[in-house]
Write a protein of this length. Sequence first.
Length: 103
Amino acid sequence: MLKKTISLSSVLVCSLAVADDSAEVKALKKGMPQDVATIIGRTVECNSWLGEDTSNKARAEKVNQALQRLQCDVLEKDQASIIKTYQNNYEVKQRIQKAKEIF
């Protein structure tokens, strides 16, 4: 059972790392200021974790830990703050919106 849990966790962590480093996400981050690239990455990761199955208690705990680590509960507020900071940069708003649509 432990091997199964470790293997499943490894696969899921690897798949999230791949998701954040996918060509689509890299393209969204390319040329953006660091804070914008970070919010794009958080957006994609939060969306990914929010789509995970939480019917298993151990898995639900793992998902909740990830959501807390990524601060997904304040993500919309952080996105709005970044958009306000770069309010004259349409590209920032567009890329954050596209990141929301991944997953």
